[in-house]
Write a protein that binds this ligand. Structure first.
Ligand SMILES: CC(C)(COP(=O)(O)OP(=O)(O)OC[C@H]1O[C@@H](n2cnc3c(N)ncnc32)[C@H](O)[C@@H]1OP(=O)(O)O)[C@@H](O)C(=O)NCCC(=O)NCCS
Length: 158
């Protein structure tokens, strides 16, 4: 279901998207994830947005060429300039109506103005228990990332 914080893309897995094993290439899936999440973040913020972080990408099942691919991006948490988006990739044969889960991950986007400066985004207030759990998950991920960054001090040159 599409609403003001949800975007759904649907397309066919094309022969040009194939990997060496004959299934849909993981890189092609990642490109579509980024584009769906970008559309969700841009629609929510009304601004140009950039990807700042991708986490927890899990390729659960392969996607078959010729199948219908459905990507759902849902805003689950807003900071000041950042938007956390949860993504799910499902697919099905064009001849059936049963989708299976293929991939899921989370992405963080930052809204920028025309000069490339960060801008505030409208706040998302979780309402249902499910929404609150998703927002809580996003804050835990943010905390984990801060710890990870602190632990790599001196290992990664910024
Ligand atoms: C996005 C960018 C402008 C942010 O610059 P910055 O001023 O150093 O960013 P900050 O550290 O203040 O982070 C900006 C926001 O992102 C959040 N953020 C950054 N990394 C994050 C992470 N790993 N997890 C969660 N949130 C993160 C910060 O918490 C902050 O959120 P807030 O404004 O809601 O409080 C800069 O990192 C950039 O240009 N990155 C490259 C983007 C890009 O090229 N993407 C790929 C192509 S689209």
């Amino acid at each position: 279901m599409e609403d003001s914080r949800t975007v759904v893309f649907r397309f066919l897995a094309e022969p040009t998207d194939v990997n060496f094993g004959g299934k849909m290439h993981g890189g092609a899936v990642m490109k579509w994830l980024d584009q769906t999440a970008y559309t969700c973040a841009a629609a929510w913020s009304g601004s140009y947005c950039v990807t700042v972080f991708v986490s927890g990408i899990h390729f659960v099942r392969p996607i078959f060429i010729g199948n219908v691919v459905q990507i759902t991006a849902r805003l689950i948490y807003t900071g000041n300039s950042s938007m956390h988006i949860a993504l799910e990739v499902k697919s099905k044969s064009p001849q059936t109506n049963e989708y299976v889960m293929n991939t899921h991950c989370n992405m963080v986007f930052v809204a920028l103005d025309k000069d490339g400066n960060k801008v505030s985004v409208p706040k998302w207030n979780p309402v249902t228990e499910e929404d609150k759990n998703a927002a809580e998950y996003a804050t835990r991920m943010k905390e984990l990332y801060r710890k990870f960054e602190a632990s790599t001090k001196g290992l990664i040159s910024h």
